[in-house]
Design a protein around this ligand. Structure first.
Ligand SMILES: [Zn+2]
Length: 309
């Protein structure tokens, strides 16, 4: 062995005695630590940082790919794999997947597990029938910041409340439709009581078919306007006794007959539900009751097509 060879051998031996060969790890050009073995470390990243074993975790992305460089590390220093892993973990972007239960494609509640969302949808369909448009949408949340899942119980309540509100709205719309004559909404029953004579009845008290509906109620009971409109008559008129006529427009005029008292004057505007008179037995009447008559373009129609069904 030459002198040069011996010298090299001594130098290498000294280096190897004082230093280890290690891999320097850096991110964006900044050194963040040292690892013993690059391949083993990359496997560790895969298994500990990038794993999506957790069912709700859709993906994990490192903030930046680490760079590696072979280097000598003094024997007094040790590698710090775990610290680097912790840093990568901390900086990584995690995308979680959750499952929103929807009503008419609107998200009502977010659940953590697909299975729970599916069970809830089945339960809702069983309860309300398949008419309700209930479904499931995947929703994504980055670093767990939005779409926090709720409990099954809370989700059930939220979806049920939304459906109940929908049903109520539909019923309200249906009622409104049924209580509307030629575009005029008969919102209010003028009095509540027993129906004593229906529309079209022929009775001893008169020789013609009954033009309205009779509802018995104690004398003095407040009579409410069934629909909004303008008072076009308030006074005494033959067999009707004390009578209020309210014109609601669109050819709809409502009569309130046999009143004991009248509280409104001609020309006054009233809202549905306003008290306009009191029940009595004036005119051609055998006892306290309201004669409730609806005319459309001058023709009497059956009030029970709209109210007191
Ligand atoms: Zn009558």
């Amino acid at each position: 062995m030459s002198i040069v060879g011996i010298a090299l051998f001594i130098i290498v031996t000294i280096i190897l005695l004082k230093f280890n060969i290690a891999v320097e790890v850096s991110i964006s050009g900044e050194e963040i630590g040292y690892v013993k073995d690059r391949k083993a470390f990359e496997e560790k990243i895969q298994n500990e940082v990038l794993t999506t074993e957790n069912a709700t975790l859709e993906s994990v992305e490192l903030a930046e790919e680490p760079q590696y460089k072979l280097t000598f590390l003094s024997k007094s220093e040790s590698t710090n794999e775990d610290e680097i892993i912790a840093k990568l973990e901390n900086d990584a972007t995690r995308t979680y997947v959750r499952f929103a239960v929807t009503l008419d494609n609107k998200q009502e509640a977010v659940l953590e597990k697909l299975e729970d969302a599916e069970n809830l949808v089945d339960e809702i369909e069983e309860k309300y029938g398949e008419k309700r448009n209930v479904g499931i949408q995947k929703v994504y949340s980055i670093n767990n910041e939005e779409y926090q899942p709720v409990s099954i119980k809370t989700a059930r309540n939220e979806v049920t409340d939304a459906i109940e509100a929908q049903i109520e709205k539909e019923e309200e719309e249906q009622r409104r439709k049924e209580q509307t004559i030629n575009g005029i909404y008969l919102a209010v029953k003028p009095v509540s009581g027993v129906i004593t004579s229906r529309f079209g009845n022929r009775e001893l008290i008169r020789s013609y078919a009954h033009r309205g509906l009779d509802i018995a109620a104690p004398g003095g009971t407040p009579i409410k306007a069934a629909a909004s409109g303008k008072v076009i008559f308030s006074g005494y008129q033959g067999s009707y006794g004390n009578l209020v006529k309210i014109d609601s427009g669109n050819g709809v005029v409502v009569y309130y007959g046999h009143c004991s008292k009248l509280y409104v004057n001609v020309g006054e505007k009233v809202e549905a539900g306003d008290v306009i008179a009191a029940v009595g037995s004036t005119g051609n009447s055998t006892g306290n009751h309201l004669h409730f008559e609806i005319q459309l373009n001058g023709q009497c129609v059956n009030p029970q097509n709209y109210l007191y069904k």
